[in-house]
Design a protein around this ligand. Structure first.
Ligand code: 13P
Ligand code: SF4
Length: 328
């Protein structure tokens, strides 16, 4: 399945042509192009802002542009719409979903939540707008520990949808949050055996991992953090070589920011080292150009969903500002 996706989206001459047309459309339409670090390098290079989910949410909430073009996945574009409802938000491919968001269907989560009326709900931002409407506060990988710690120790908490991130936070904070059984199919399959082999073969390299990885992987890691945090770590740490347990797109910025350092991506198994998120990679330069030209596909949400889903996201941004995790 992974092999089908291998760089078939790459065509240098065509991408250069699209890059020029996209730049022109940005000016004509007063549009802002936001991109996640897992996007293809060509898209990252023409974005107005590249970031993790936390940074992207903040920019989406503050921009005065007339069109938000979201080069990321559906829940990210939805979050931008919730935070900036008067602005048109487009996503180059509506099928750019997320296995983690899909692992938490709203009807099943509602039944689960009703069983624990004395629990509050902290949801990872990788969930649908509907799950957000059922949440008390949202978190991202960039602020999850601090958001959980902002509640008293005795507070009962349901954490959804990522069980790996939830277990990691439980371990760090000594809490016992109830975890929804969801995972990211990209991070959850990273092979512990491959990591051990890589560590043995590269003893000078530090292992850097996203908290969506399994606990066995996180226990081996020298650093665990969001995409932005991993990028900062590889830029500022003294080590010259790093093993990266995350998605391949992140290596583009790592190499740009630290051209003198080496990065080794963790393979998913012994036959494939292409841990692309197939959802993130749905967006191509051609689709990006066409979506900007036609201003479709647009993210549409009901006013009621926007109003309800906004409350826990704003709460997250407020806590993050107070703790200086994002700029005021
Ligand atoms: P970050 O917020 O760390 O960028 O993670 C988003 C994501 O989808 C990781 O799989
Ligand atoms: Fe979702 Fe995983 Fe892809 Fe991130 S990498 S968008 S969590 S499927």
């Amino acid at each position: 399945m992974k092999k089908d996706n291998e760089r078939k989206y790459f065509n240098f001459a065509a991408d250069l042509k699209y890059a020029k047309m996209i730049e022109k459309l940005k000016k004509e339409k007063n549009a802002i192009l936001l991109a996640h670090y897992y996007q293809i390098p060509e898209i990252q290079d023409i974005a107005d802002y590249i970031g993790d989910s936390l940074g992207l949410s903040q920019i989406a909430s503050e921009t005065k542009s007339e069109l938000i073009v979201f080069a990321g996945v559906h829940f990210m574009a939805e979050t931008a719409k919730i935070l900036n409802p008067k602005t048109k938000v487009i996503l180059p491919d509506l099928e750019a979903g997320c296995s983690l968001a899909d692992s938490c269907p709203a009807d099943e989560f509602k039944i689960f939540k009703e069983k624990y009326p004395d629990h509050i709900v902290i949801s990872y931002i990788n969930c649908t707008a509907e799950i957000k409407t059922m949440s008390d506060v949202i978190c991202t990988s960039g602020n999850a520990v601090q958001i959980v710690e902002s509640f008293p120790k005795e507070q009962k908490i349901i954490f959804a949808p990522d069980k790996n991130l939830g277990a990691y936070i439980n371990g760090l904070t000594g809490r016992n949050m109830l975890l929804w059984d969801g995972t990211c199919e990209v991070h959850d399959i990273l092979s512990t055996e491959a990591i051990i082999n890589l560590k043995v073969a590269n003893i000078d390299a530090k292992l850097v991992a996203h908290p969506e990885c399994k606990s066995a992987v996180l226990e081996l890691a020298d650093f665990v953090g969001s995409t932005t945090a991993m990028l900062k770590f590889t830029r500022t740490d003294k080590a010259r070589r790093f093993i990266i347990a995350s998605e391949t797109g992140l290596l583009h910025q790592m190499k740009k920011e630290s051209p003198d350092k080496d990065f080794i991506i963790v393979p998913t198994d012994e036959t494939c080292s292409c841990n692309d998120c197939l959802y993130m990679k749905k967006n191509t330069m051609e689709k990006l150009y066409l979506s900007m030209k036609n201003e479709t596909p647009e993210i549409i949400l009901s006013d009621e969903t926007i109003e309800k889903a906004k409350i826990p996201i704003i709460r997250m941004l407020e806590i993050s500002r107070k703790l200086n995790l994002i700029k005021k």
